[in-house]
Ligand binder design. Structure first.
Ligand SMILES: [Zn+2]
Length: 83
């Protein structure tokens, strides 16, 4: 018997830290699959392949002016006082 291991890939939201949902799988064996399946479930992927950013379905909004999805602003801390 031969036991081996391999890397697995999954996306984590840059904004809220949520991990992508791959159904019955916790992760994918190919980075491309990890990216594509997340994109199919409404994740936003921005930036260049060497510096990608990933946002879950809760962390991006449609921008009418730019005619594309854009990441929501970073979650604010309330250190600046009351609103
Ligand atoms: Zn998120």
């Amino acid at each position: 018997m031969t036991l081996k291991s391999a890397p697995f890939y999954w996306l984590v939201c840059d904004r809220c830290g949520k991990r992508a949902d791959y159904g019955e799988n916790i992760a994918m064996s190919h980075a491309g699959d990890a990216r594509d399946i997340a994109a199919d479930s409404e994740w936003l992927i921005t930036g260049h392949p060497t510096d990608e950013h990933h946002y879950c379905e809760s962390c991006h909004v449609w921008d009418e002016e730019q005619d594309k999805s854009v990441p929501m602003p970073p979650a604010r801390t309330t250190s600046e006082g009351n609103e």
